[in-house]
Design a protein around this ligand. Structure first.
Ligand code: ADP
Length: 609
């Protein structure tokens, strides 16, 4: 079956870890910026909403104070004697004129726009503007709701555009009762144009709507007389009857909510005088007058804030992302370092083991070489008792034939001791030749190991007639490896024998000494010593002063290594007389034998043939 390599093993940039990481960071960045934007927007809207509410409350307060100032004016005037008299005799021209003048004075003093008196049919009897072209006198206002409300409920209030003046204003009315019958109505008209003019410079669009949702006041004149809600046909008829907005054409201002911020605020899309636009729209009210206040602001006032939030979120995200990346990288480096270290340690262990093996092999080779050199002497050593025994065999047969039983026994005992000596030597040779791995630590007696070494060298010592002065402490217990230590001693003694080979009276002195936790063993000879220039190179491998075929120059180098491995040291010194080699080893404590310290026997042995 064939497979398409492209399908079975898709090679894609998306699988690349770096690409993935960048993708993650960018994604996170986008999400955090988006979230921060939303949060920032919400916050900014809320702040803006609180500010706007404050602004609206301020406007409301101004309106309220203004209206409140005139609220009691018609009620007070309703109690006026002249007003009441005129209502009783409306034909009295003199009274009418004097009331006209009084109303004009009062109107000026109070600061209202027009003050006027209407009889119970709606006809204006007297007015503060009696002498102006737009005088209310003689006009009938029975159709106005403020008149009808006063007749019914004693007082009324109403926002309307003046039918006579064409100027919008707020009408406050109060009924005049005489003997339980309403005889007329007093009205004060407030024009709010000055107030509206004061608001012109304010930021944002400020609207006041009456209860019919028509804008009656605004700091943007173009917005005035637009209705926020579609007008029902019946409502439209009512407005026309009351001539509330006189000749003003009412335009609808369609808007749709986009987003709600809180109970008073939302974002709306408005088809207003400035075209289709989004506004942040806040409301307050309706107040006592039934008016609702609105504040419309461009929504981009919050965008600066949102941008700030987005930027800080981006900064925070990037910091976090890089921190995480840094930590990951650091961890990775640590892992790498750790694995390298482990690998290195493994290699060191491996190489150390190899080195150790090589060293062991070298030590063994050197030992076998030394044995090889001794082999002739050792063969002779074994041959000697054999020859003696063979020679004695003849006389043994004779003694047996002649029945000299006692002498036969004597010879046999001698045989036995010779055989034992040979067995001892061969078994020791076997042990000495055995390969001993490095690192062995056992408690050994220096004196015993030295005896073994001397035994191996016995033939040579005898041949050369060397005086061995051995005063090694029998209690010199050390920690080490018996075979290797013997190898060192054989080497030192062998060198001493070489050095003293031409001396007429060769002598070896072997001493032991304890200092602290260490045992010292020194081997001195009278072989003439070592030349100063050779002294530093003695322990170098292949350094030898002996003729070719007699020395390899490895003995001391290997011995040095062995002693160091056992935790001791090996050093050389020289005098005119001869050389002194000193080896130290850590003492093995002698719990059982410490009380019997003393020299082995204190005597000297002369090995002679
Ligand atoms: P080798 O015995 O094969 O020469 P060693 O390492 O045992 O190798 O000895 C190195 C050299 O140290 C010898 O060749 C000799 O010159 C010198 N040396 C060792 N022991 C003595 C000694 N007791 N007296 C004088 N020289 C010595």
């Amino acid at each position: 079956m064939q497979t398409f390599s492209g399908l079975s093993r898709p090679v894609s940039v998306f699988r690349h870890p770096v690409f993935l990481r960048i993708l993650l960071i960018v994604l996170g960045l986008l999400i955090s910026v988006w979230l921060a934007g939303r949060l920032g927007e919400q916050r900014a809207w809320q702040e803006r909403s609180i500010e706007g509410q404050g602004q609206l409350q301020l406007y409301q307060q101004t309106l309220h104070t203004l209206v409140e100032r005139f609220r009691s004016v018609p009620a007070l005037l309703a109690l006026d004697k002249d007003v009441r008299s005129l209502l009783r005799s409306p034909e009295d021209q003199h009274l009418r004129q004097s009331l006209n003048e009084r109303l004009a004075r009062l109107n000026q003093a109070a600061g209202s726009s027009v003050l006027y008196l209407i009889d119970r049919h709606g006809d204006t009897l007297a007015a503060s503007n009696w002498d102006e072209a737009s005088s209310f006198v003689g006009h009938n206002y029975a159709f106005r709701p403020y008149f009808q409300d006063a007749l019914q409920d004693v007082w009324g209030r109403y926002f309307a555009v003046g039918v006579t003046t064409g100027v919008p204003g707020y009408f406050l009315s109060h009924a005049i009762e005489q003997d339980g019958v309403v005889t007329g109505v007093l009205v004060v008209k407030l024009e709010l144009e000055d107030l509206q003019r004061d608001w012109l410079g304010q930021p944002g669009t400020f609207l006041v709507t009456a209860d019919d949702q028509v804008v009656i006041l605004s700091n943007r004149p173009a917005w005035r007389f637009r209705h926020l809600e579609p007008l029902a046909a019946e409502q439209r008829v009512q407005l026309i009857d009351a001539r509330k907005y006189a000749e003003q054409t009412l335009q609808a201002m369609i808007s749709e909510p986009l987003r709600r911020i809180d109970t008073f605020s939302e974002v709306r899309r408005v088809a207003g005088p400035e075209g289709l636009r989004d506004y942040f729209w806040q409301r307050l009210g309706p107040n006592q007058e039934g008016w609702t206040l609105h504040l419309l602001q461009e929504p981009n006032v919050v965008m600066g804030k949102v941008q700030g939030y987005r930027l800080s979120a981006a900064g925070l995200w990037m910091t976090l992302a890089f921190l995480v990346l840094f930590l990951i990288q650091r961890r990775r480096n640590q892992h790498l370092l750790q694995s390298r270290r482990t690998e290195l340690e493994r290699l060191v262990v491996e190489r150390t083991a190899e080195l150790r093996k090589a060293q062991d092999e070298l030590v063994q080779a050197a030992k076998l070489a030394a044995l090889g050199q001794m082999s002739a002497a050792l063969a002779h050593e074994l041959n000697q008792p054999l020859t003696a025994m063979r020679m004695q065999l003849g006389s043994l047969r004779l003694l047996q034939r002649s029945g000299r039983e006692e002498q036969v026994q004597e010879v046999l005992t001698h045989f036995d001791s010779l055989l034992q000596r040979m067995a001892g030597l061969t078994s020791h040779l076997k042990v000495f030749a055995r390969e001993s791995p490095g690192g062995l630590r056992e408690r050994l007696s220096l004196a015993h190991v030295l005896d073994q070494a001397l035994q191996l060298l016995a033939p040579r010592l005898r041949t050369a007639q060397v005086l061995v002065d051995n005063q090694v402490d029998v209690e010199a217990w050390v920690l080490g490896d018996a075979i290797r230590l013997e190898q060192v001693l054989v080497n030192l003694l062998d060198n001493a024998l070489d050095a003293t080979a031409h001396q007429p009276h060769p002598e070896l002195r072997i001493r032991s000494r304890r200092t602290g936790e260490i045992w010292q063993l020194s081997v001195s000879d009278n072989g003439g010593g070592i030349a100063a220039e050779h002294l530093q190179r003695l322990f170098d491998p292949f350094f030898t002063t002996k003729p070719v075929g007699e020395g390899l120059g490895l003995g001391l180098a290997i011995s040095y290594g062995i002693v160091r491995d056992l935790g001791g040291s090996l050093g050389a010194a020289t005098s005119d007389d001869g050389a002194v080699f000193t080896l130290t080893l850590p003492a093995a404590d002698t719990e059982h034998h410490s009380s019997q310290r003393g020299h082995r026997d204190g005597s000297s042995h002369l090995h002679r043939r």
